[in-house]
Design a protein around this ligand. Structure first.
Ligand SMILES: *[C@@H]1O[C@H](CO)[C@@H](O)[C@H](O)[C@H]1NC(C)=O
Ligand SMILES: *[C@@H]1O[C@H](CO)[C@@H](O)[C@H](O)[C@H]1NC(C)=O
Ligand SMILES: *[C@@H]1O[C@H](CO)[C@@H](O)[C@H](O)[C@H]1NC(C)=O
Ligand SMILES: *[C@@H]1O[C@H](CO)[C@@H](O)[C@H](O)[C@H]1NC(C)=O
Ligand SMILES: *[C@@H]1O[C@H](CO)[C@@H](O)[C@H](O)[C@H]1NC(C)=O
Ligand SMILES: *[C@@H]1O[C@H](CO)[C@@H](O)[C@H](O)[C@H]1NC(C)=O
Ligand SMILES: *[C@@H]1O[C@H](CO)[C@@H](O)[C@H](O)[C@H]1NC(C)=O
Ligand SMILES: *[C@@H]1O[C@H](CO)[C@@H](O)[C@H](O)[C@H]1NC(C)=O
Ligand SMILES: *[C@@H]1O[C@H](CO)[C@@H](O)[C@H](O)[C@H]1NC(C)=O
Ligand SMILES: *[C@@H]1O[C@H](CO)[C@@H](O)[C@H](O)[C@H]1NC(C)=O
Ligand SMILES: *[C@@H]1O[C@H](CO)[C@@H](O)[C@H](O)[C@H]1NC(C)=O
Ligand SMILES: *[C@@H]1O[C@H](CO)[C@@H](O)[C@H](O)[C@H]1NC(C)=O
Length: 536
């Protein structure tokens, strides 16, 4: 009997071991939907409710012509709040590929006055400005090393009458060695991933990391060809699928040199990976050898693509500015001893972003999290409370001049808060606390009077009781408002007779700390950059 159980257990375990995906995280979220389904690529999409507690789901109106994939037929829309965030547990120090998809449907419909334009953030970093009037679904992709236990993907309002939305999110963990040639402190914003000579776009399951490789038809004067053998390239750090190594592009002329130009880029720094594999079993008299030039400089030892296997090269390089954007240009020159033209099998191109943020002061984040545990009304706020600059949670203000933002105000008027105030004295940079018009009870905690920068404390219209602590009454720097707390004893009153009310010398709450970003928005999207092939 026990043997049979053990056998069953082993079978079950075996089954699970076989069916569990080999990647730590392979999560595909269909925003605004409840169910789960598997698409034509065998990618399983799940509903988004476990990952967000705000917004509402919406069915996307048809855009007319061709039907879109199911994950675009619903979306989550955010009529309230400045910023709304998904939170996805992944773990610190993981290299991930993150995608956010958008599809608005028929944006030329006269009923919808304007197609929403809004901001996209991840982990407190700016990701892009989403302008959603596009005929087809589109996405933003970033590859980076996580700095927090959970990934946040936020959409944020930039115009009062535009409601942000999102259609789908993908989080895929990569092997740590992948994209390890890039500086780990910077995000890599996807620009291009090209399978030269390929005849179709491929993604999962051909690429187990679901990288989307676009096919590239040949160009005038160029030839594409397919390898005559299998290619084993499992040792390459970036794990390209064999499929994209199988084909390549080259100049039909024997001189063979060529260049690639990517224009309309928005960043000054690029991270590029080239993949090479010899297509033919060359005889002893033939040699294929070439070098890559970036910005006029020979930056590679002669490249000799191996047969039956592959090699890859990564480069971080500067773009060149021109009126309207930046270009990245790569030249492939045959070396003098080469009898065959340079070839290129595949390429990945990323814009290097600004350094990844370490987030708001961690001590303050922990206190806010404690406040969220204490007051249920605050629970469905996630993402970084202050970052990016200019996009704090609705109920906080933050310092913006420091590298690590800190909380300078709690604006919790009319939040329906109940119960007694917990100790949040660790928010030691608070200048303003507005807790008016709630149902807070118990004694006023004395730490409030010791907050070194506090100059405005509004406790009006709650149910506080007992004596006002001397730390508050003795603090000359503080404007204290405590009217409308019937059980509160006035300062210097010997006995509490419930008949007093607070003196109110309430100036208008200041918004001077309101964080208005002075940073220029970094617009990094899939702006289709035109690829120019030039042969020599
Ligand atoms: C999807 O998975 C099923 C079963 O595992 C398999 O039969 C099918 O070929 C797969 N489809 C694709 C497009 O890979
Ligand atoms: C936030 O959570 C509270 C309590 O869970 C809920 O009542 C409220 O509707 C939520 N707010 C939003 C905007 O989803
Ligand atoms: C909106 O209309 C313009 C002009 O008629 C057209 O070019 C564009 O493709 C349309 N966009 C969508 C998303 O339908
Ligand atoms: C990237 O290039 C550098 C310098 O050529 C090399 O040392 C490194 O191994 C490469 N890394 C990857 C992941 O390809
Ligand atoms: C190939 O070489 C021929 C002769 O030199 C030249 O006329 C032609 O323009 C070249 N083709 C390309 C694409 O450079
Ligand atoms: C950049 O690309 C654009 C568009 O292809 C082109 O007009 C321009 O001359 C290029 N500038 C430089 C400096 O390469
Ligand atoms: C570059 O972008 C501008 C505006 O964004 C557009 O008008 C132009 O056609 C684009 N050029 C190329 C070569 O894609
Ligand atoms: C080597 O291969 C090339 C074409 O692949 C052919 O033209 C040439 O004659 C071959 N040379 C010898 C010595 O086999
Ligand atoms: C790129 O530009 C920066 C600053 O302009 C410079 O310090 C760096 O050396 C350049 N890198 C390359 C590879 O040219
Ligand atoms: C580029 O430089 C390498 C040495 O770093 C040299 O071996 C190679 O021949 C050069 N390439 C060309 C096309 O001159
Ligand atoms: C009031 O502010 C001044 C200057 O900002 C400071 O020196 C003093 O300690 C503050 N007093 C209290 C009671 O916090
Ligand atoms: C204080 O209470 C008295 C009556 O109890 C009322 O007339 C007065 O307006 C109150 N003052 C304030 C500031 O609430």
């Amino acid at each position: 009997m026990i043997n049979i159980l053990v056998l069953l257990l082993q079978m079950l375990l075996g089954f699970f071991v076989l069916s569990v995906p080999t990647l730590a995280v392979f999560l595909n979220i269909d925003c605004g939907s409840l169910g789960s389904f598997t698409d034509a690529n065998n990618i399983t999409w799940v509903g988004d409710e476990p990952y967000i507690k705000s917004g509402k789901s919406e069915t996307v109106p048809s855009a007319g012509n061709s039907p879109v994939a199911i994950q675009y037929t619903t979306r989550r829309v955010f009529p309230t709040r400045n910023k709304n965030c998904y939170s996805i547990d992944v773990g610190k120090g993981e290299r991930v590929l993150l995608r956010a998809y958008f599809y608005y449907g028929n944006c030329n419909n006269s009923e919808t006055s304007s197609t929403p334009t809004f901001d996209l953030h991840f982990d407190g970093n700016r990701w892009g400005k989403v302008d959603s009037c596009r005929t087809d679904p589109f996405y933003y992709e970033v590859i980076y090393l996580t700095k927090f236990d959970a990934i946040s993907v936020c959409v944020a309002r930039t115009s009062p009458d535009h409601q942000p939305f999102i259609s789908a999110i993908q989080v895929i963990s990569l092997d740590l060695g992948m994209y390890g040639g890039a500086d780990p402190n910077y995000p890599l914003f996807f620009k291009r991933r090209i399978n030269y000579g390929g005849d179709k776009t491929v993604r999962f399951p051909i690429d187990k990391y679901d990288r989307i490789w676009y096919d590239h038809p040949t160009a005038e004067g160029f030839v594409t060809a397919k390898s005559d053998t299998r290619i084993v390239a499992t040792d390459l750090p970036d794990k390209p699928p064999e499929f994209v190594l199988q084909t390549a592009l080259y100049n039909q002329n024997l001189s063979g040199s060529f260049s690639l130009t990517f224009s309309n880029l928005t960043a000054t720094k690029m991270y590029t990976i080239f993949y090479f594999s010899e297509l033919l079993n060359l005889n002893f008299s033939d040699k294929r050898s070439f070098s890559i030039y970036i910005n006029g400089e020979n930056i590679s030892h002669p490249i000799i693509p191996p047969y039956k296997s592959a090699l890859e090269l990564n480069f971080t390089s500067n773009t060149s500015a021109y009126e309207g954007g930046y270009n990245a240009t790569y030249y492939f020159y045959r070396t003098s001893d080469s009898t065959l033209p340079p070839i290129l099998n595949a390429l990945e191109l990323f814009q290097v972003g600004t350094p990844l943020t370490d987030g708001t002061d961690n001590r303050h984040v922990r206190v806010l999290s404690m406040l969220q545990q204490t007051f249920v009304q605050l629970q469905n706020w996630s993402g970084d409370p202050c970052l990016p600059n200019g996009f704090p949670w609705d109920w906080v203000l933050c310092s913006i001049n420091t590298e690590t933002p800190q909380i300078t105000a709690l604006n919790l008027s009319n939040y329906g808060l109940q119960g007694s105030l917990p100790d949040f004295s660790a928010l030691d940079t608070l200048q303003l606390i507005d807790l008016s018009n709630n149902s807070l009870s118990g004694e006023i905690p004395s730490f409030l009077g010791n907050l070194p920068s506090l100059n405005m404390l509004n406790l009006a219209n709650n149910s506080f009781s007992g004596l006002i602590p001397s730390s508050l009454t003795n603090n000359n720097n503080l404007t204290l408002v405590y009217s409308g707390n019937v059980d509160l004893c006035a300062p210097n009153q010997s006995s509490c007779d419930k008949s007093v009310n607070g003196t109110s010398n309430l100036p208008h709450p200041t918004n001077s700390q309101s964080s208005i970003s002075k940073n220029l928005p970094i617009t990094i999207g899939i702006v289709i950059s035109v690829l120019v092939l030039v042969s020599y």
